[in-house]
Design a protein around this ligand. Structure first.
Ligand SMILES: NC(=O)c1ccc[n+]([C@@H]2O[C@H](COP(=O)([O-])OP(=O)(O)OC[C@H]3O[C@@H](n4cnc5c(N)ncnc54)[C@H](OP(=O)(O)O)[C@@H]3O)[C@@H](O)[C@H]2O)c1
Length: 320
């Protein structure tokens, strides 16, 4: 399986990882709105993802206040993975905190993930009581102490990312990643400078919500009644009748293109994401069910041809 370095760091990951927000036990504002996030079979999902060939996992302090990190660790232990055999990315909550808290709370993150070390530590979003400079200095301290291997950010604008990159570079450490929303139905980073700046500075984009929270699987186009069953989705315009009508031609094209490879729409969507911009983008689809994890890892067993990547690009430009 292909491995890619996260930015200029030494951390190497498969183009697709597993997003672990789904392991938050339905705790937290957003997870509560998602009916399918209760009783997620995390052990089987982790095992299935590993068997499918992925080597990394994205979690966060925020996801169930440490529950996702703990369940990820349990799942990896059940699958017989030893520390260092897999790559772990987690995140720090910045709101109402200063940069010092990055250092002060690291033992808690390590305890939740025990025995697995933190490979990539990310700042979940830019809003905090400290400056980017102070936060990058704290991150550098964690790298020097051996608590983390690489530094990432999330939801940062192009300007904020450039600033973080500069501050870290002055300390001799590369900024490895910026984790942002990116999918065939959400292409803002191509317009707002984030993708261009990341490519210029050699920072890897980690695409979150790469399936537009399940919309790109096509299941809601086939069975619109599912929207109501999954709580929070009914508030998102993409899931309304008008939204489903708008994205239907794209889903149809993904089905048609997928036929050649025996691939599902989800697999086509993920394959596009991790290949259209060369190796700049990696993706972390989440799963609430085992079949979804199996489906999503299957995105790595084929490669869309350039003209197919471009066809999907063109068809989805209206969602930019
Ligand atoms: N940094 C940030 O601010 C941020 C924000 C959001 C997410 N994230 C990260 O990104 C990860 C993924 O994002 P996401 O969960 O928002 O969106 P996503 O990966 O686009 O969608 C995941 C959801 O889609 C459905 N699904 C997944 N695979 C499917 C398949 N093959 N067929 C049918 N349905 C499928 C499942 O929901 P149902 O079973 O309910 O249908 C699943 O929970 C998260 O786990 C988290 O690690 C980060």
């Amino acid at each position: 399986m292909e491995l890619r370095n996260l930015g200029a760091s030494e951390v190497r990951v498969t183009p697709i990882g597993l997003g672990c927000w789904q392991f938050s036990g339905g705790k937290g504002l957003f997870a509560k709105m998602w009916a399918t996030m209760k009783d997620v079979p995390f052990t089987e999902i982790v095992r299935t993802a590993l068997e499918g060939g992925i080597n990394w996992f994205d979690t966060a302090e925020l996801y169930g206040r440490g529950k996702s990190e703990e369940d990820l660790s349990k799942g990896l232990q059940a699958a017989g993975k030893t520390p260092g055999e897999v790559v772990i990315a987690t995140k720090w909550i910045p709101t109402w905190r200063t940069a010092r808290s990055l250092v002060d709370t690291i033992e808690e993150r390590k305890r939740r993930l025990n025995p697995y070390p933190i490979d990539l530590y990310q700042i979940h979003w830019p809003l905090s009581l400290s400056t980017i400079r102070a936060e990058m200095r704290a991150m550098a301290e964690l790298v020097r102490r051996g608590d983390i291997r690489a530094v990432g950010i999330s939801n940062y604008s192009a300007g904020q990312m450039r600033r973080a990159h500069r501050e870290l570079a002055a300390l001799g450490i590369p900024l490895a990643t910026n984790q942002v929303q990116y999918s065939l139905l959400h292409r803002n980073i191509e317009r707002n400078g984030v993708l261009e700046t990341a490519r210029e500075l050699g920072i890897t984009i980690i695409a979150f919500s790469p399936l537009a929270q399940g919309l790109l699987s096509g299941k809601f186009h086939e069975r619109p009644e599912l929207v109501k069953l999954v709580g929070g989705r009914k508030y998102l315009p993409g899931y309304w009748k008008s939204g489903l009508r708008k994205s239907a031609p794209l889903i149809q094209a993904m089905r048609r293109i997928g036929e050649k490879y025996g691939a599902t729409p989800s697999q086509v969507a993920l394959n596009w994401l991790v290949h259209f911009h060369g190796t700049s983008v990696v993706a972390i689809p989440g799963a609430t069910k085992v079949y979804q994890a199996q489906d999503n890892v299957g995105a790595l067993r084929f490669q869309l041809a350039r003209e197919e990547l471009e066809q999907l690009d063109e068809l989805s430009t209206s969602y930019k």
